[in-house]
Design a protein around this ligand. Sequence first.
Ligand SMILES: [Zn+2]
Length: 261
Amino acid sequence: MLNMNHIVGTHDIVMITLDTLRYDAAKLEEANCPNLCGSGGWEKRHSPGSFTYAAHHAFFGGFLPTPATTDKTAHVRLFHTKNTGLRTHPHTWLFDAPDLVSGLQEAGYRTVCIGGVIFFTKKNKLAKVLPGYFQESYWRMTFGVTNPRSAEHQVNHALKLLEKADPAQRLFLFLNISAMHGPNHYFVPGAKQDSVETQRAALRYVDSQLGVLFDAMRNRGKTLVLAFSDHGTAYGEDGYEGHRLAHEVVWNVPYREFILN
Ligand SMILES: [Zn+2]
């Protein structure tokens, strides 16, 4: 595993939540996602939440998706809060803050959120809670689920911030990518309904937009990328539709961590 005590402070960190992306859909597109899967395939993990709001509170608390294995020795966490009394792995980075985001801020990071789905819109008080973890947060209508070029708009916003960013200050850049969330049928011409097929097409589109972002991060220096889904979604399995419910198509999520080379 990565030794986070050698990464925090020396690397920028990009956390990307691929909102609603199912594990099975992600696996089927590995060969078509050179930016996300160029250095390896998706790991199967279990999400700590069945919908955006719950899952992101856990992530920002340092609880990333859990490896889908009964081998507890594989359940080493990258981040953990200090002073719990629990024994932690020597490669785990410990933060003395109520959440990971402010923990990274205390370690000198500039923390930036680029929102996507409804819980990041800042349009009402509840939709300000998750962006409120960050020093800076951004949301535009064009970043949301109804825009077929949402990922391009989100990435372009990040690029503009990176152009002006101090190269000496480490950056924690979080993006909630909205394209795989419903509606995603418009990624397949003629499709009338969301499905695994249309979500796969949305993922291919998202991957095609991430290359320029990763290049911009490479230009700044060393970068850790954490890319994973917050939850999947049901397309009729066992009669279920959507998420915020317990089903394997919801709790199984794709996960990757890699250093940009
Ligand atoms: Zn979500």
